[in-house]
Design a protein around this ligand. Sequence first.
Ligand code: ATP
Length: 334
Amino acid sequence: EMYTIATLGSHSALQILKGAHDEGFKTLAIANRETERLYRSFAFVDEVITIDKYSDFMLLVPELEKRKIIIVPHGSFVAYLSLEDHKKMRIPYFGNKAVLDWEASRELQRDWLLRAGLKLPRQFKTGAEIDRPVIVKLYGAQGGKGYMFLRDAMDFEERASLLARQNYILQEYIIGVPLYIHYFYSSLTGKLEIMSMDRRYETNVDSLGRIPSQAQAGMDVDPSYVVVGNQPISLRESMLAEAYRMGEDVVRVSQEICGPKGLFGAFCIETIITPDTNFYIMEISARIVAGTNLFIDGSPYSYLNYSEPMSTGRRIAREIKNALLSNSLDTILD
Ligand code: ATP
């Protein structure tokens, strides 16, 4: 009997399930009342189970645990389930749950990336320490909402009341091009692939350049970082080797800190590239990211490795298939 690949109906579920179908798996979308009609409308979705709200997912777990199912997590899946729920759940899960702890804590994540030799924006502990423009990141902010740009320490003083009693970090503001690199690391072959890349389009920070700075003076606009969409981008080839090396280093260090399995499957390094072509790292996501949805039909980079459309979602299903064929499912499931 064939495995069913299942995920929550959101984020990159269509890509994941299309990929699973193309690799010969049965597919299952866990939807809610609003999304069930959408997921049912696609021929590659074999089954839809509807729950009231996505946070009810854990109620479904006993039923799913009895079936031959593999869960492929994505960003929303992780957002709806707590870390504890993740660990409690016994449904075969694509990925290494030990990585979640290193990803979820800003401190541990910083430690991981620094050990991998990546460049990170400086962090300041107090407003008085600020000696350059900073971005204030409120804890729990999502999709760039609730971020604030501050020019200097004086700016901080003036707005300190807005930040009172909030948890946040003060991070050096890097001026450059945001580039999100989508990787896939195969623990079956030990090979890293660059699947695709994107830049995000954010409002209103990406629009400010359309108004001359003189005209902005006195307008009282602040940059904001709410994500609206993603744009494909191809990286200058001379910078590609560095992008590849960063991915390898992150994987290597993950094997030292999260146990031998380390980080595998899809992941994304979120960077900002400065005029001296340095990559500064904002964050790492240890699974498929929504920017890969631009490339359901494959990307110029995935075409270099596969002469057929290979999305990240399909690449995940291919990995599961290869593991099945080589009797090594244990290597890639948790
Ligand atoms: P998501 O989880 O959806 O990726 P998030 O809430 O974690 O979003 P980040 O990805 O950390 O947010 O950042 C959102 C945006 O804020 C970035 O795309 C970038 O435009 C801006 N940003 C974040 N950190 C910096 C920085 N150090 N310097 C300049 N801009 C930054």
